[in-house]
Design a protein around this ligand. Structure first.
Ligand SMILES: CC(C)(COP(=O)(O)OP(=O)(O)OC[C@H]1O[C@@H](n2cnc3c(N)ncnc32)[C@H](O)[C@@H]1OP(=O)(O)O)[C@@H](O)C(=O)NCCC(=O)NCCS
Length: 185
């Protein structure tokens, strides 16, 4: 089986017009705390807002800096980490899913669409995957819009599919296949 983690390690930095995707470092803790402590940002995420920066230090050290496929989103013009995007490879099925989060100050400027396009290109061209899938909760339509803008297709909705923070959520499913990604060029 392909060593996906090795390929990810060898391509740990990617660049687009306005962004750099790169590994996290402890220097990013303050920037991460800015979005991780924002209740509006974490509303549709599985984890609760950080209350103390020591929580962020622990997450950056034990998760962001160690787990394969986790990228800091750096805004070139400000040399600032404005978010995170994570590619989660499922080697058994030659597919992956992803998650993303962005500092609220930078929403609706096309940044996550730009970051996701880099990740999709990497996943299909370098990792050679067959399918990339993702979900968002009903109510978080901006996230679905990012997926649409990157060529992902709506696959359906699971009613009350998950219970997060005590609330049942309907879950919207999106995916893009390798053949559709190739045809989009
Ligand atoms: C979801 C998120 C990553 C989007 O990042 P972003 O950089 O603002 O996304 P983009 O600017 O690339 O695109 C957002 C699109 O959603 C649209 N949008 C925003 N809010 C919307 C809403 N309530 N309903 C419909 N569309 C909406 C924007 O208009 C834009 O589309 P457009 O370019 O066609 O106008 C960001 O809002 C975020 O971090 N949210 C909190 C964390 C989160 O929910 N993560 C995803 C979990 S599934």
């Amino acid at each position: 089986m392909k060593d996906y983690n090795k390929i990810i390690r060898e391509n740990s930095t990617m660049e687009s017009n306005r962004l750099i995707l790169r590994p996290f470092s402890m220097k990013d803790v303050q920037d991460v705390f800015l979005y991780a402590s924002d209740d509006i940002v974490t509303k549709y995420l599985t984890w609760p807002s950080h209350i103390d920066i020591s929580q962020t230090e622990k997450v950056v050290k034990e998760f962001y800096m160690t787990k394969s496929g986790v990228f800091a989103i750096e805004l070139k013009s400000e040399h600032k980490c404005i978010g995170c995007i994570e590619l989660r490879v499922c080697p058994e099925h030659d597919k992956a899913s992803f998650g993303y989060v962005l500092n609220r100050e930078y929403w609706n400027k096309g940044y996550m669409t730009e970051a996701l396009k880099l990740i999709l290109d990497f996943a299909f061209s370098r990792l050679g995957l067959n399918r990339i899938e993702a979900t968002h909760y009903v109510g978080n339509e901006g996230s679905g819009r990012v997926m649409q803008k990157c060529g992902m297709k709506y696959e359906g909705k699971g009613l009350q599919e998950v219970k997060i923070k005590g609330i049942f959520h309907d879950v919207v499913h999106y995916a893009i296949l390798r053949e559709d990604w190739i045809n989009s060029y």
